[in-house]
Design a protein around this ligand. Structure first.
Ligand code: ZN
Length: 547
């Protein structure tokens, strides 16, 4: 009968059934426990809905089929309700998973209360306009099906803050309108049970003037789902802020900001930033370019990107199509540039083109996939092993700067708790090691992520106790001596020599500084477990750390 579930077949079932008699004398003994009011409601005929909070998650059909929204079947509440239904509903035949929208479309009184789509579009536009005006980088819409509520969060200058709570269905309809109506590159309908991506462009007038696009990513979560909107600003950063302010806002230390400032003050040479995808490299590069563009309007700044992530005023941004980065770099050299940003070096032609540009009177910025600052050299050496390229690679006037960065979750200062309060979370041997490295006094300032508060996210929220992300990084200014070691004894030896210099902040030490200041928590490594094990002697991969 209900072989294929759809709102159509459900409607036909609805038509055939006339009265409560179809479910006469159901589940008498446990009704109070179940609170399945719908079993007794004479107005509900074909569809028997469980308790109100699960109304758009579970629908009981008079055919004996229980429809369950596939995205929510793992929830404890859903599972409890299903157990009781199976045990007590006389007519129970089987359970069937259906897309979320199917049950939503069934929803008798839910249909009446659903928002007008154009009103939802207006609301979404207003949210985007407010966010753009407030220098928000990301909007998070979190659907908590267990708690039956939606949460709207915005990341302001790296801090994720809750903006408002909504009813669950409002958040879901908002997500549905953003994905299904406003986005241009989505695939079909919004489905909270699947990861989806899309993008809002400025073709339909949905975006405020400050934005040139919005990137959308949704993801099912345990107990709900979330949608994150990355706002792509026409401009990046605080207008008029100094390079140091911009980089400090990202998480760089004062000395590192100064080094980067010196590196970009040269009129030639390349500075390379490394880090995995999502480590914030393009944000750092955009901050640097923006700062150069604001102060040196007379310079011809060109970027090669695939695709441009930020639009930066007075920077000429070239979207690269295809893989011929080497060819693009050659062409760009004929556009009389002063400063060139090459989005990413990943081929021999790209690497060689970048080194040659850096060697011929251009300031070049680029990124490479490598695990540490010094490994950039090893990676570039792999890409271009020929002697003439090696000569450029190990010339400190060509490759001037090497940086590596990661993003680590920052804990909310309002609700963080002293590390000692959760002493049991860290094995004894690691406490001893931490005391050795930091000393008891500094260790006393370290903190553990709290349970969540008004300043960050409420308890139980996946991001409770967290407040954005911060950069941990290392910045190397190359020298003739270090490059000579790299060329003759290998990159590893050069890295050791660099580390042994006084006052050097390696990425592991930077992590440790932030941990000791109570800014990040012990469990948040930003993928640096091996580095920390090697540099600091903190072992990696202990599940005991996880809350
Ligand atoms: Zn908090």
């Amino acid at each position: 009968m209900m072989q294929a579930v759809s709102s159509h077949s459900e409607r036909s079932v609805h038509g055939r059934l006339g009265s409560e008699g179809d479910l006469a004398a159901p589940i008498a003994p446990a009704d109070a426990v179940l609170n399945l009011a719908a079993f007794y409601d004479p107005h509900l005929t074909a569809r028997y809905v469980v308790q109100p909070e699960l109304r758009d998650v579970i629908a009981l059909c008079s055919t004996g089929v229980v429809l369950v929204s596939e995205g929510y079947v793992q929830n404890v509440e859903t599972q409890n309700a299903l157990t009781l239904i199976r045990a007590h509903w006389r007519d129970y035949r089987h359970m069937q998973l259906v897309p979320y929208q199917v049950i939503l479309d069934l929803g008798g009184d839910r249909v009446e209360t659903r928002e007008d789509p154009s009103a939802m579009v207006n609301w979404a536009r207003q949210i985007l306009a407010d966010a753009a005006a407030g220098h928000v980088s990301d909007i998070h819409l979190v659907m908590d099906t267990a708690g039956r509520r939606g949460t709207l969060l915005m990341r302001f200058y790296g801090d994720l803050r809750e903006v408002r709570q909504t009813k669950l269905h409002e958040a879901e309809e908002l997500a549905s309108v953003i994905y299904g109506v406003m986005a241009e590159e989505g695939e079909g309908h919004y489905n909270p049970a699947a990861p989806q991506k899309a993008r809002i462009g400025n073709a339909n007038g949905h975006l405020p003037g400050e934005l040139h696009g919005v990137r959308i990513q949704s993801m099912p979560l345990l107990g709900g789902s979330m949608m994150v909107l990355r706002l792509l600003p026409v401009d990046v950063g605080i207008v008029g802020a100094s390079l140091e302010d911009r980089l400090r806002a990202l998480g760089y230390e004062g000395g590192q900001c100064q080094s980067i400032g010196e590196l970009i003050a040269f009129s030639s040479g390349v500075t390379v930033i490394s880090g995995p995808t999502g480590s914030g490299k393009s944000t750092t590069l955009a901050a640097i370019l923006k700062s150069i563009a604001e102060r040196q309007a007379h310079r011809n700044i060109l970027t090669l990107e695939d695709p441009p992530e930020y639009r930066i005023e007075s920077v000429r941004q070239i979207p690269v199509q295809g893989n011929d980065w080497g060819g693009y770099i050659e062409d760009v050299m004929r556009l009389d540039p002063d400063i060139v940003m090459v989005g990413e070096v990943r081929s021999e032609a790209g690497a060689l083109g970048t080194l040659q540009a850096a060697n011929t009177g251009h300031l070049v910025l680029t990124t490479v996939h490598a695990n540490s600052a010094w490994k950039i050299l090893a990676r570039l050496e792999d890409l271009c092993p020929r002697p003439e390229s090696r000569a450029l690679l190990f010339d400190h006037t060509v490759v001037r700067g090497l940086a590596a960065q990661r993003l680590v979750q920052r804990i909310c200062p309002q609700c963080a708790v002293p590390l000692a309060e959760r002493e049991e979370m860290i094995p004894e041997s690691e406490w001893i090691r931490l005391r050795e490295i930091l000393g008891a006094q500094r260790l006393a300032r370290a903190r553990w992520r709290g349970m969540g508060c008004l300043a960050c996210n409420a308890a139980g929220h996946p991001l409770a106790g967290l407040a954005g992300r911060t950069v941990v990084a290392e910045v190397v200014t190359t020298t003739r001596e270090l490059m000579q070691i790299a060329r003759t004894e290998g990159v590893r030896a050069a890295e050791q020599a660099w580390r042994s210099q006084a006052g050097v902040i390696t990425i592991g030490r930077h992590w440790l500084m932030k941990f000791a200041n109570g800014e990040i928590e012990y469990a948040s490594r930003g993928g640096l477990d091996l580095v920390l094990e090697e540099e600091v002697g903190i072992p990696s991969g202990r599940t005991a750390w996880l809350p």
